[in-house]
Design a protein around this ligand. Structure first.
Ligand code: NI
Length: 176
């Protein structure tokens, strides 16, 4: 496994649509494993292939209790609405409250190529939607009503992420 460089800012690959995976071959499995290592060391909660310069529909999730490697993920059902704070490894230091559906159903292939369905809410639903957006070239800032909602905390501060853990019951922090 290897840690991959993460693309940031206005890199064009972040704005392109990733292609569906036709066959889960060794290259895809290796990409999944490298992305998993990358998201762990970033550290982040999720990562999409676009962020490591690959335009294939592959995401990884690294939440406390949810470690997922998903191929061709798509949201097939969404309900409710909730606002949570988000950041992105590709937009270091930028944060904003983002409104998204609260509960979702995702259809995907697992790493062994088997179709799977996943019902998610809370943080998992949030990270899944954020990562699936990346596959379509969409960044969380595109989901804001106004760019004024975006705020910045210097990313080189070691405690930058921690400093955003406020209102533990109402707001959650996402960096993916
Ligand atoms: Ni992101």
């Amino acid at each position: 496994m290897a840690t991959l460089p993460i693309l940031t800012g206005d890199h064009p690959v972040l704005r392109q649509k990733a292609k569906k995976v036709g066959k889960v071959d060794k290259a895809i499995l290796r990409l999944l494993d490298d992305m998993t290592e990358t998201v762990q060391s970033a550290p982040g909660l999720g990562l999409a292939a676009n962020q490591v310069g690959r335009l294939v529909r592959v995401i990884v999730i690294w939440l406390d209790e949810h470690h997922l490697q998903l191929i061709n993920p798509e949201v097939v059902r969404a309900e409710g609405e909730v606002t949570m704070e988000e950041g992105c490894l590709s937009l270091p230091g930028y944060w904003a409250d983002v409104r998204r559906p609260e509960k979702i159903t995702v259809r995907a292939l697992s790493r062994n190529g088997k179709p799977m369905r996943l019902n998610a809410n809370g943080m998992l639903a949030r990270v899944l939607q954020h990562e699936i957006d990346h596959l379509d070239g969409i960044l969380f800032v595109d989901r804001l009503d106004s760019i004024d909602q975006l705020h910045y905390t210097a990313p080189d501060r070691e405690d930058a992420a921690d400093s955003h853990v406020r209102e533990p019951m109402g707001t959650a922090v996402l960096q993916s």
